[in-house]
Design a protein. Structure first.
Length: 135
């Protein structure tokens, strides 16, 4: 599977420090993403302070090149690591997840009801041991 070696994020991105050499970038609509930048070049760290309007990331082996536009200025920086997390809508919709029928739902409701009452866990454990011996 080919990897994307370049990503561009347009729109307002807020940047905040997440450590001595790390930043967390949150980009809003239309491309909602959370970006973690670690080991960025400190010379252009001042560009991280203002709201970023455009952010470009290029991965080159062990380094990443960041290009950002902030307040009409363009700044570039190298980083040791850049992690991009984008949410995918409907990610689990296509998975064949198990569904319980009415008998199974009733059974699990009773189990969780037993666990909530005082001494219910002990009673449930005892019922499990008795049913295991009889099987």
């Amino acid at each position: 599977m080919p990897y994307k070696m370049r990503r561009n994020f347009a729109g307002p991105c807020s940047v905040r420090a997440a450590g001595p050499d790390a930043w967390r970038v949150a980009c809003g609509a239309p491309q909602e993403a959370q970006i973690v930048i670690r080991g960025a070049d400190t010379r252009s760290a001042s560009a991280f302070g203002a709201p970023v309007s455009d952010l470009g990331i290029e991965w080159h082996g062990q380094r990443a090149l960041l290009t950002m536009m902030s307040a009409g200025r363009v700044a570039s920086s190298e980083a040791a690591a850049v992690i991009v997390h984008e949410s995918v809508p409907g990610l689990y919709a296509a998975l064949p997840l198990a569904e319980f029928d009415s008998r199974a739902r009733r059974f699990w409701r009773r189990v969780f009801l037993l666990v909530r009452i005082p001494g219910g866990r002990l009673l449930l454990g005892m019922l499990a041991r008795v049913s295991r011996k009889s099987a």
